[in-house]
Write a protein that binds this ligand. Sequence first.
Ligand code: SR1
Ligand code: MG
Length: 425
Amino acid sequence: MIPSDTASQYEALTPSTLPSRLGGLSILTNRVGPADSWQVEEVGDGNLNLVFILRGAAGAAIVKQALPYVRLVGESWPLPLKRSFFEYNALIRQEARDPGAVPEVWHFDEAQAIVVMEFLTPHIILRHGLIAGKRYKGLGERLGDFCARTLFRGSDLSMTPAAKKADMALFAGNVELCDITENLVFSDPYFNAKLNHHTPGLEGAIARIQADMALKVAAQHLKMGFTSQAETMLHGDLHTGSIMVSDDDIRVIDPEFATYGPIGFDVGMLISNFLMAYMSQPGHETSAGARAGYQDWLLSVTAAVWTSFEAEFTRLWREERTGILYQATLYEDQGHGLAGEIARAERLGMIWRDALGFCGVEMHRRILGLAHNADFERISDAPTRAGCEARALALGTALIHGRNGLTGIPAVLDLARRISLENHL
Ligand code: SR1
Ligand code: MG
């Protein structure tokens, strides 16, 4: 059942109250040690929640608690605690659909909007690693597999109609977080919205975007896809800040924006964030061209996300197509396996075109809207930052306009390489 908000019982944790409030949880005392050994640190640097690292005599844990408002903005923007319920439900489904991809969930308290999870160490947020110029083996491949498994297995290609419809109904309750995406991603960048902000020097690039009527039409076509193509359970906020990495492990975190939506949404958001990391690199290099090799690596990761997604989606299509869509009874069982393959290729083409559009709007909103990316924000020299951001904006526009004509990932990489050499201020 979708919870109503239980704000009357709710109380935000603090490092000093956490041991007395959670010290009775046997899952924590068993795995972390007795509460009198706990040391607690609040480390949340995201836009919405409290995140505590809890260390004790026997181990460590993460305690994540939703706040009743948007942390980035403050109490003037209330946000329901029930997002924690959607995060918990998404995490357990992602674990079932792609075992080992997300942190292990140890405990969920709906009234207090708390999820207690495994502490990932020595992991860091992927975005921080990309800013530092670190490479991670198998990164794009693992993330492409994650997208294919969670998106295929959460859809009518795989689930029973009853289970899929029940999950659609459940995640349809995540209204307020969808509302954030609907406004911040698909509308705000295309007019002078109240919460927008930008690097000085981008005014010309912004004027071009906001005067581009075809772009405003395309953004709303994409928004309609997001609101109405209830194809699968999305992560809903799959950027490089929602991924934790170590040298030999990759995990996806923070699915509180989970909702039913188009398969291409998560794939497009993810690719977008790698392409923004690519465009931001000149702002992080210590001498001109020092990050060129690293930029090539980022493009290879971008390519691997798509090619691995495509390959794993294809495998699942051939081996696990147990849902009500494109049934084997219509194709393979009639000796029409070729039709099944044509249907798969056409479906992947639709996902690809959707993904390119979502990729473009994500680029625009991370530079023009409320919530920016550290990839650009950490560039201290404003003219350099503006130059990098203007190239990313131009790439976003080209992807949205060109989404029906860009026939494969090599064409996208060529476009990114070309725009990275141009001045778009
Ligand atoms: C008000 S929340 C802004 C952004 O932070 C989250 O991580 C999502 O990306 C959201 O759009
Ligand atoms: Mg998040």
